[in-house]
Ligand binder design. Sequence first.
Ligand SMILES: Nc1ncnc2c1ncn2[C@@H]1O[C@H](COP(=O)(O)OP(=O)(O)OP(=O)(O)O)[C@@H](O)[C@H]1O
Length: 334
Amino acid sequence: MTFGDSLSYIIIFYTQLETSIGAVSRLKTFSDKVEPESREGEDIVPASDWPLKGGIQIRGVSASYGVAAGAEHASDSQQLALVDLNLDIAPGEKVAICGRTGSGKSSTILLLLRLLDPLPSCNENITIDGTPLHKIDRSTLRQRIIAVPQDPVFLPDGTSFQANLDPLGLSTAAECRAVLEAVDLWASLVDPPARGGGPGLAGPLAADALSQGQKQLFSLARAILRRRIRARTRTRTRTRAGSDDSGILLLDEVSSSVDRDTDRAMQQIIKDEFAGYTIVMVSHRLDVVMDFDRVVVMDSGRIVETGPPRDLVELESSRFGELWMIGNESRGKA
Ligand SMILES: Nc1ncnc2c1ncn2[C@@H]1O[C@H](COP(=O)(O)OP(=O)(O)OP(=O)(O)O)[C@@H](O)[C@H]1O
């Protein structure tokens, strides 16, 4: 493989990784529509440690998949995916987004990655640590925010475990091994002692041979690695006061294909590894969001309720309580 080929794969990898948040096919259409995108006005180069605190502010933001760049309004036929969203997330807060299918959960995540643009009239109304999002170049933004999609993307078959984990080659083999051990994939997939040892990190990864759950665990390992690289780099270069281990983590149904025990294990890893991070997580499994600081319940593109999950579930009539009851029924059937 030439250097040019490797570079193309890396670019494809990140583009796909970005666009695989939410349903891949829908977003393919979406990304075709939106990219390549205008760089006009993207004139802030954030400090290398941005986002240092991870505070998010969304003020009165609406968005539609149907609005082309530069258009003023969504036409009547173009339904809004997000309607007048107002959300303040404090640095380090853990927020879960819940709601029925099609309520706007993934779109909220896409908004924060600038994969879905606000309507032009409210384009300036999203800030992270006080910096307006629309002023930041999209690829810089996506490098700085750690996002884990529901459908992870892999490099072409034959590419090594290590390259799949860290396409930019920023980590050591020991760091790669440690994150695979953290998600329990080292002994089960990369180097199974029961089978006399596996191919190791340099061995080829055939994504088709992985279960969807294994793919999601691998994707979580990538996120942990990115956090660790970020923390190590920041410790070396930090000049301003602040935490070495804070930032923003976005998770979109990252454990939808694993069993409940594995899900609980994944949640614990997320809790431990990203303790200092602001976390915004989309989840259908309400039992795993009970430990979050806050849930945001969405319906038809709007935020219809927000509060601590344990308080909301106790209320006689709460939207979260309704979802909880529906979840209980299906948990009972399972
Ligand atoms: N790429 C797209 N193009 C057009 N409309 C879209 C696209 N993606 C989502 N939508 C629409 O935006 C609205 C919100 O969808 P979104 O995917 O954010 O919901 P969700 O709550 O994440 O749903 P789910 O739980 O099924 O993943 C829906 O009406 C949906 O049909």
